[in-house]
Design a binder for this molecule. Structure first.
Ligand code: FEO
Length: 394
C-alpha cells in the first residue's frame, strides 16, 4: 500500500512494483517500476488520474479505501496502454457512476481492448477544461508520448502536470519525489530511449506545448515525481535536439574471437583519437543500456561475424532495434570476420533504412585479424575522427 499526499486533496494512490524485471517482454527493468495513479478531490467532483497494471489492482483499491474514496466521478485515461488503463473495468465495477475521460483516439483503443463500452466514455477536445468545483483540469493533447492517443492533464490551481508516460522512468522507489537528480536523469534517459526516441520530432513539439503552462510539479505515471520540472524538461530538450556527441557505439558479437579481436583494436584506436566509445557484447547486453548510448552518439559500428552467409542473428537484432528507435546517428559502419563469403553488409544496410546515416567503408576480413586488417581498422578510426571533426564534434 502506498498513499502519498502531494497537495491539499491531491494524493498518489499508485503501485510500486519492486519485483517486475521486464516490460513488454522486451525492456529490462533493473530497478523495477511503478504505475502511478492519483486521486484529486475537488469540492464537487472526485477524479482518478490513470489506473494501474491490472495485476496490481488490489493495491490500488487498498489505497482508495485508505483515503476513504467513496465516489469517483471521472477516471482520466491519459493513455490507453494496459499498464495505465488495464484496471479501468475493475474501477468501473466498484465505482459504476464514474465516466472515463480521454481523447477520441484513446476511446477507440479502450473499446478495442475491451476495457470500456462507448457509453461510459466522455471524449474531450484539446485544451478542454473540466471543473471539479474548487479545482480545474485542463487536457492537453500530446500525441506519441508514447502512442498516438496520448494526452497530459494539468491541474490548474495546484500547477501539477499529470504526464503519464511523458517524463516517466522505470524505477521502484519509496521517495515519491526526485532526490538523486543524476540517478533519475539516467533512469529517465533509459525510458526516453526505449519509449520516446522514435518520435523525438513530435516529442519536441509537445515540450513546447507544455512549456506554455506554469508547472510546479510533474507527476508522471511511472517513477518519481519532479518538484523541479525544469530539470527533466531541460534533459528532454537536449535528448530531442539534433545535437550528437563525439561518441561511437559498438554493439558486437563474436563466435571464435576474431570479431572480438577486431573490436578490441578499434576501441583502442578510437580512444587514442580522443573519441568516447560505448561497447556492448550482444551475447549479454541490457538493451536499455544500448538504447541509452544511442541517444547521443554520432556513430554506430556494428561488429559481427558472418554466419550462414549473413550477419549473426544477434547483430540483426541490434540493427533492427536501432532502426526502430531512430536515434540521431550521423554515421555507421560494419566490421567483422568471415571465412567463405556472404552478404553481411548488404543485409545490415537493408535492416536500417530509418537511420539517415552516411555509411563509412566497412572492414570485413577473412579469418583471424592480421597486420593489414588492423591497419584497415586504424584507417576506419581515422575516417570516423575526420567525420566527427567535420561535424564540429571535436
Ligand atoms: Fe506506461 Fe505506454 O504505457
Amino acid at each position: 500500500m502506498s498513499v502519498k499526499k502531494i497537495k491539499e486533496n491531491v494524493h498518489f494512490v499508485g503501485v510500486i512494483d519492486w519485483d517486475r524485471k521486464i516490460f513488454d517482454n522486451l525492456i529490462p527493468l533493473p530497478d523495477g517500476t511503478s504505475y502511478n495513479a492519483y486521486i484529486i478531490k475537488g469540492s464537487e467532483k472526485t477524479v482518478l488520474i490513470d489506473t494501474v497494471d491490472p495485476a496490481k489492482k488490489d493495491i490500488l483499491f487498498e489505497n482508495l479505501e485508505k483515503l476513504k474514496v467513496e465516489k469517483i466521478d471521472y477516471i482520466i485515461a491519459n493513455h490507453a496502454e494496459q499498464d495505465h488503463s488495464g484496471s479501468i473495468p475493475f474501477v468501473l465495477e466498484k465505482y459504476p457512476e464514474a465516466t472515463v475521460v480521454c481523447t477520441p483516439k484513446c476511446k477507440t483503443f479502450l473499446v478495442d481492448f475491451g476495457l470500456v463500452t462507448e457509453d461510459k466514455v466522455k471524449t474531450i477536445e484539446d485544451r478542454e477544461n473540466i471543473s471539479l468545483g474548487d479545482k480545474t483540469l485542463e487536457f492537453i493533447y500530446t500525441p506519441w508520448v508514447h502512442w498516438p492517443e496520448t494526452m497530459v492533464t494539468y491541474l490548474k490551481e495546484d500547477k501539477i502536470l499529470f504526464s503519464c508516460d511523458f517524463f516517466g522512468s522505470h524505477i521502484a522507489s519509496s521517495d515519491f519525489f526526485v532526490k538523486d537528480e543524476a540517478k533519475i536523469i539516467s533512469d529517465a534517459k533509459r525510458y526516453y530511449a526505449e519509449i520516446m526516441m522514435p518520435f523525438r520530432g513530435i516529442v519536441s513539439k509537445n515540450i513546447e506545448k507544455i512549456e506554455q503552462y506554469d508547472i510546479d510539479i510533474i507527476a508522471p505515471s511511472h517513477g518519481l515525481m519532479y518538484d523541479k520540472p525544469s530539470m527533466i524538461i531541460d534533459a528532454y530538450k537536449d535528448w530531442v535536439s539534433g545535437k550528437v556527441k563525439n561518441e561511437v557505439v559498438i554493439p558486437y558479437i563474436s563466435m571464435h574471437g576474431s570479431t572480438a579481436k577486431m573490436v578490441d583494436h578499434l576501441v583502442n584506436a578510437l580512444i587514442d583519437r580522443g573519441i568516447t566509445v560505448k561497447r556492448f557484447d550482444l551475447a549479454t547486453v541490457d538493451i536499455g543500456q544500448l538504447a541509452m548510448a544511442l541517444v547521443d552518439a554520432a556513430t554506430l559500428v556494428l561488429a559481427t561475424p558472418t554466419v550462414l552467409a549473413g550477419p549473426h542473428p544477434m547483430a540483426v537484432y541490434a540493427a533492427y532495434l536501432a532502426n526502430a528507435l531512430r536515434p540521431k546517428l550521423k554515421y555507421a559502419s560494419v566490421i567483422g570476420s568471415f571465412n567463405w563469403g556472404g552478404r553481411t553488409v548488404d543485409i545490415i544496410k537493408n535492416t536500417i533504412p530509418n537511420l539517415k546515416v552516411e555509411l563509412i567503408e566497412p572492414v570485413l576480413i577473412k579469418g583471424y585479424p592480421k597486420r593489414a586488417n588492423f591497419q584497415a581498422l586504424d584507417k576506419l578510426a581515422d575516417e570516423i575522427l575526420t567525420k566527427h571533426k567535420e561535424a564540429g564534434l571535436i
